[in-house]
Design a protein around this ligand. Structure first.
Ligand code: NAG
Ligand code: NAG
Length: 187
């Protein structure tokens, strides 16, 4: 029953992000409370730092990363949990692995992820592709989720994502984000 609800919600989001009622004002906003590196391998990651700026009811993420050697393969494991405000019950929205290099290269079938990657690429300097270049300062500037890229009906609540990046079968990086979907009065 729970699994059914989860996958239903996920496909609903996927489906509506494909239809994309883009022009309508959304009556919710995404507020990020955390975007942090919880684990990193120091011999591979020379420098990494992310910061959240809240401005005009939007959360922006700025940061930079420098790696110590060219990175040719990246496997990503992402989980996303969601707690609806009304029920407070935890829903596992997503738990999946994917080849990040392949993913950056080809446009993915999954609507939500495509949006994610597109927006990241827009806010990163240089070419976000494999191999990641050694000693290059990858800088993320004012990255945010545009709520108009999301489905029109997103439940209010709180989310948490954990993303682990593996390279050469080794866990290199773990990033945790937390935030809320808040209601927002339009006009
Ligand atoms: C931010 O949200 C508050 C409360 O909903 C509103 O009064 C204010 O006008 C908003 N600011 C901007 C820049 O949208
Ligand atoms: C990376 O580039 C950004 C933006 O130009 C700069 O603010 C930051 O200091 C640089 N970081 C390092 C470690 O060089």
């Amino acid at each position: 029953m729970k699994a059914l609800a989860t996958s239903t919600l996920f496909w609903l989001m996927w489906f509506s992000s494909h239809i994309g009622l883009k022009c309508e004002e959304r009556n919710f906003r995404i507020k990020m409370d955390e975007f942090s590196v919880k684990y990193k391998v120091r011999d591979l990651i020379q420098h990494i730092d992310f910061r959240i700026v809240n401005l005009n009811n939007r959360s922006y993420v700025n940061g930079e990363m420098i790696v110590n050697s060219d990175v040719n393969d990246i496997l990503m494991h992402t989980t996303m949990d969601f707690w609806k405000t009304t029920t407070q019950k935890k829903i596992k929205l997503y738990d999946g692995r994917l080849d990040a290099c392949q993913f950056l290269k080809t446009s993915h079938r999954n609507g939500l992820f495509k949006i994610y990657v597109k927006s990241f690429k827009k806010h990163v300097n240089g070419n976000l592709a494999c191999p990641l270049k050694m000693n290059f300062n990858y800088t993320l500037t004012n990255w945010h989720m545009d709520e108009r890229d999301l489905p029109p009906f997103v439940p209010l609540g709180k989310f948490r994502t954990v993303t682990e990046y593996f390279t050469q079968d080794r866990l290199a990086l773990r990033i945790v984000t937390q935030g809320k979907v808040l209601s927002y009065k339009t006009n």
